[in-house]
Design a protein around this ligand. Structure first.
Ligand code: ACO
Length: 426
């Protein structure tokens, strides 16, 4: 039975259709609102606005649920390879053995980057943030790989190129930033092993690929692979709606992710924990600061727009962090500070009242430190993990027959019309 919501204004009544998702979540379809009433809706930060219908990721912020294409993220983090999760997100189902092999071959075939790109990397100022470099380099890929004639081929090959080359480029930028020789991808290594080898192998110290490290990276990337209509994904969809090429759309996602309120939070958490350590380890003082309305400081790695309970990814990340540090016999003082900070915050009335819990970034930085990733590369690691989600969401949007260019409206609050005043009369 069709459901409607009734809107009454100035004695006029209009019926707005109610849309129900497959998990029972409801939305009021206001697409006819302006045509029927002349009104628009106002929703700063889009907290109550559904921008699309999507079959990729389901999350329930109250219950702490996250599923990719219906599969709980806990199961994927435990059993799946990153490559398989990538396939699942983009194609909508798990691959069979043949499909996975074919996908691996395609990723391998596209893993090298044009050597001229090296010149770009080398000419960025020393100390430039890797996210700024990555965002512009991904955009630059279009110049190196012009559009292909067949639309289908262009989409499939561009997706594969991005998944494979951005990983190579991230490792390459790290090597160049250290003044070291670039390490090329190897066909005998898995997706995660290859990345670690390109990052850390050196002619004077061959990199030992350890099972625990590879497993931690696999888990880290799976937990970051998609998160429905977050800020960077919405940026990819919005920029993509103007029908730009996929490189440009992904580049905008990377730029959005850079922000400290989004993907940049993993770096900000480590900086916060380090500052607490330097200050003598006083967690209570940091929590007090986060509660002070006159101080813009926030407890980094805490709070989420959708999760009003413990972020399910943070739960897995915390366990992964404990296991990794134990198996590698690493004693990271920042982990003890993080645990204490979490304990104090979760008992604090302000955090209880505001439903503030650790998010995925709270423990992820400690995992990355244990793997050996430098702090300024943390958000790049997030971007590599989120790449399949951005691609899947972009693909869904371009395949959507109802898709329109994204173009929100506004309520104008500026000056009323007045005449131009010549400069001598001002
Ligand atoms: N520390 C202290 N107070 C907080 C925090 C925090 N981390 N997060 C939210 N609050 C408070 C706000 O001050 C506000 O309080 P008030 O209502 O009394 O004024 C209230 O909680 C709601 O905050 P909003 O900013 O309106 O919540 P929103 O949903 O817009 O923001 C966000 C979510 C940006 C993640 C926020 O919680 C935050 O800034 N967290 C810290 C940064 C962070 O960890 N970001 C990573 C998010 S996960 C991701 O992107 C991968």
């Amino acid at each position: 039975m069709d459901e409607y919501a009734t809107l009454t204004y100035n004695g006029k009544e209009i019926l707005l259709p109610v849309i129900t998702g497959s998990e029972g979540e409801k939305a009021i379809d206001i697409s006819s609102l302006r045509a029927e009433t002349g009104f628009i809706t106002l929703d700063p930060g889009y907290a109550n606005t559904g921008s699309c219908l999507s079959a990729i990721t389901f999350m329930d912020g109250e219950k702490g649920i996250l599923r990719y294409r219906g599969i709980p993220v806990e199961q994927l983090a435990e059993h799946s390879s990153f490559k398989e999760t990538v396939y699942l997100l983009i194609n909508g189902r798990l691959p069979n053995r043949n499909e996975l092999t074919r996908f691996s071959v395609m990723l391998n075939d596209n893993s090298l980057v044009h050597t001229d790109l090296k010149t770009f990397f080398q000419n960025y100022p020393r100390g430039a943030h890797p996210m700024g470099i990555l965002s512009s380099m991904v955009n630059a890929l279009r110049s190196f790989y012009p559009a292909l004639d067949s639309h289908e081929e262009e989409i499939n090959i561009t997706m594969t190129r991005l998944l494979s080359k951005v990983r190579t480029m991230a490792a390459m930028s790290y090597k160049i930033s250290r003044g070291h020789e670039i390490v090329f991808p190897r066909p005998d290594l898995t997706y995660c092993e290859n990345f670690l080898n390109m990052m850390f192998d050196s002619p004077v110290k061959p990199y030992e690929i350890k099972r625990e490290t590879v497993n931690a990276l696999r888990g880290f990337w799976i937990l970051h692979a998609d998160h429905e209509q977050n800020c960077s994904t919405s940026a990819v969809r919005m920029v993509g709606s103007a029908r730009v090429n996929l490189y440009a759309a992904i580049s905008s996602g990377i730029a959005a992710l850079w922000g400290p309120l989004h993907g940049g939070a993993n770096q900000a958490v480590i900086e916060m924990l380090t500052a607490i350590q330097k200050d003598g380890g006083n967690c209570q003082k940091t929590v007090q600061r986060a509660k002070d309305r006159n101080d813009p400081f926030r407890l980094m790695g805490f709070g989420h727009r959708v999760y009003k309970t413990y972020d399910p990814r943070a739960k897995i990340m915390k366990k992964m962090c404990d296991n990794l540090l134990e198996s590698m016999q690493i004693d990271d003082p920042l982990l003890n500070i993080a645990r204490e900070l979490e304990e104090i915050a979760l008992r604090d009335q302000y955090f209880i009242d505001h439903n503030l819990y650790p998010n995925v970034d709270f423990y992820s930085g400690i995992v990355l430190r244990a793997i050996g990733i430098p702090t300024n590369m943390f958000t790049v690691m997030f971007a590599l993990g989120r790449l399949p989600g951005w691609i899947a969401q972009w693909k869904e949007s371009i395949d959507d027959p109802h898709w329109k260019i994204a173009r929100p409206r506004q309520i104008y609050t500026g000056n009323l019309c007045y005449d131009y005043i010549p400069i001598h009369a001002r």
